[in-house]
Every structure is written in structure tokens, then in C-alpha cells.
Design a protein around this ligand. Structure first.
Ligand code: HPA
Ligand SMILES: [Zn+2]
Length: 319
């Protein structure tokens, strides 16, 4: 199993239908159906918004520390089997706050599972871009009592129509707090979203970034500056950003010398964990063992950890 870092994983997107049903029963939360086949049948998306509608509709089942602990433990156990050595995990506090779940329960539950796992982990707090910059600033303010529990901020949810620039101030505030900065850009939005995430928000990594390939000048910059891009191939197929995996730009990104790595995004919804993504790249895109090793090396280089730890993980790839 290829060792890797997973840098683009939404913990809420690891909620498998089985756990959805279990948590709904535990907390007395109604679901449209408890039939697993009927639930899975809903996992057929036309675009990002059609996925987000289901993702948000399912999340009221998460209520207590224990729920967040169970969700996170299940992901970490599965990630361990997938070869994940390091996970930098996104979470969406605004969803839980809007569901009347206190931030303390979110941090305690997720944090407890992280402590109990052998995988090296940290948390990245994501702002929901469609709720706007004021709500993001308010969320960061509410999270400050838990400042030691997370290492960075990100930007997710509906991309088109919600460009990065209005979030400049909250990203500045995050930087002043010593937080790392990443953002989803170029998933459904065009190259301008990627450029603004870099220039206006000062992000250190781009999540997705596949549409940057439409702009040769931007591609040259991403290569020259070796900006990490956390690509999620099965997610892009599930959300129909690409028609089929064999059309994916990942091989072209590798050929351009971009700092790409492979991630699962929302594995419960998109048909697989990071090892499933690697397997699909091998079988459907003809990605070679050497390219897979490059992707794994890139993932460790892109981690928010010291060089010594990166080197130790990278040594495992060839060893
Ligand atoms: O894949 C995603 N894209 C944007 N926002 C998200 N929030 C959870 N998953 C996603
Ligand atoms: Zn994502």
C-alpha cells in the first residue's frame, strides 16, 4: 500500500449511510428513509450544488461529542487501511452551529478521535463561502477559544458566484493568528478564482485547482512557485466536473510539473477513499507506479509539518 498524506478530506463527507442511520436513531432525528439502498440511490449528483444539498441535509444527525468521535474514528480507521500517514482534516463549524450544536462538542469529539489514532493529524476550519465573509469572521471569532485545536482555515461550499476576494479580511485575521490558509478554487470556478485565492487570500495550497489548466500563464506560475494542488479525481467525476475519469487533467498536471496530490474529498459520497482514488487512476487513467510515487511524495511535501517528518514519510515510499 502506497503511503500518502490526505490533505483534502471533509470529515462530514465521511458520513457513510450506515452511520447516518445509526446516528439518526441514536438522536431521534428523522430521515426520509432508513433503507440503505434508497439512501445510496440519492448519491447520484449532477453538480457541486446537488451534492451539497444532500450533504447539508444529512448533517443534523451529528449532535454530540460522541457522534463526532464516532464519525472521525471511522474515517481514521479506514484511512489507516488506505495507507494514510498524515491527514489534514477539514470541518465545517458553521453547519453545526446552525444545527444548534456547540463548537465545544465538535472540537471535543473530533479531537478525541484524533488523539486516539496512530495517524498524524491536524484540523483545518473551513468557512462556507455561500454564507459570506461576515459569517466567516464571526465563526473565526467563535473558534478562537479553541485556537490550539486547529492549524489553519479553508474555504468551501458553493464556489461559483462566491469568489475569494470578499474573504480577504478574515484570511488576514487568520494569518495574524498564525493559522495556515488554504481555499477551494478552480473546482467549478474558473482560473480567476485560483489566482485570487493566491493573490488576495494568500493561500499556501489550492484545493482542487483543476480549472487552472485552462490558463497557461497560471499553470506556469503554479509550476514555478510549486503551489500544492489537492486534486480529488473521483469527486470530480461524481460531481461531473469531468465526464469520465479518462478525461481527467491529472496526467496533464503531472506532465506540467505541478505539485499535485490525490485526495478523496467526501469519500462516503463520491465512491471511495484515497486508496480507491489511486486504484482508479491506475486502472482507468494508466497512471504509472512512478507517477503514483510522485503523487505520494508531493502529498508529503505539501503537509503543514517540519521537513524532518516529511523526509521520514517520503523515505517509506521507495523503501
Ligand atoms: O467537494 C466539496 N466542494 C466544495 N465544498 C465542499 N464541502 C464539502 N465538500 C465539498
Ligand atoms: Zn473539498
Amino acid at each position: 500500500m502506497l503511503p500518502t498524506a490526505e490533505l483534502h478530506i471533509h470529515i462530514e463527507g465521511t458520513l457513510e449511510p450506515e452511520m447516518l442511520v445509526e446516528l439518526a436513531a441514536r438522536n431521534g432525528v428523522g430521515l426520509p428513509t432508513s433503507d440503505l439502498d434508497e439512501l445510496r440511490a440519492k448519491y447520484d449528483f449532477t453538480d457541486l450544488q446537488s451534492f451539497l444539498d444532500l450533504y447539508y441535509a444529512n448533517l443534523p444527525v451529528l449532535r454530540t461529542d460522541q457522534d463526532f468521535y464516532d464519525l472521525t474514528s471511522a474515517y481514521l480507521a479506514r484511512a489507516e487501511r488506505a495507507g494514510v500517514r498524515r491527514a489534514e482534516i477539514f470541518f465545517d463549524p458553521q453547519v453545526h452551529l446552525n444545527n444548534d450544536v456547540p463548537l465545544g462538542a465538535v472540537f471535543e469529539g473530533i479531537g478525541g478521535a484524533l488523539r486516539d489514532s496512530p495517524i498524524s493529524t491536524d484540523l483545518i476550519l473551513c468557512f462556507l463561502r455561500d454564507l459570506g465573509p461576515d459569517a466567516a469572521a464571526e465563526t473565526l471569532r467563535k473558534a478562537m477559544p479553541y485556537r490550539e485545536r486547529f492549524i489553519g482555515v479553508g474555504l468551501d461550499s458553493a464556489e461559483v458566484g462566491h469568489p475569494p476576494a470578499p474573504f480577504a479580511e478574515v484570511y488576514q485575521r487568520a494569518a495574524a493568528e498564525g493559522l495556515h490558509r488554504v481555499a477551494h478554487a478552480g473546482e467549478e470556478g474558473g482560473p480567476d478564482y485560483v489566482r485570487d485565492a493566491l493573490d488576495v487570500l494568500g493561500v499556501e495550497r489550492i484545493d482542487h485547482g483543476i480549472r487552472a489548466m485552462e490558463d497557461p500563464e497560471l499553470v506556469a506560475r503554479l509550476r514555478d512557485e510549486q503551489i500544492p494542488l489537492t486534486v480529488c479525481p473521483l469527486s470530480n467525476v461524481a460531481l461531473r466536473t469531468v465526464d469520465k475519469l479518462s478525461d481527467h487533467v491529472l496526467p496533464a498536471m503531472l506532465d506540467e510539473g505541478l505539485a499535485v496530490c490525490v485526495n478523496s474529498d467526501d469519500p462516503a459520497y463520491f465512491g471511495g477513499y484515497v486508496d480507491d482514488n489511486f486504484a482508479a487512476l491506475r486502472s482507468e487513467l494508466g497512471i504509472t507506479e512512478e507517477q503514483l510515487a510522485t503523487l505520494a511524495r508531493n502529498s508529503f511535501d505539501a503537509c503543514f509539518v517540519d521537513d524532518e517528518r516529511k523526509s521520514a514519510w517520503k523515505a517509506e515510499i521507495d523503501g
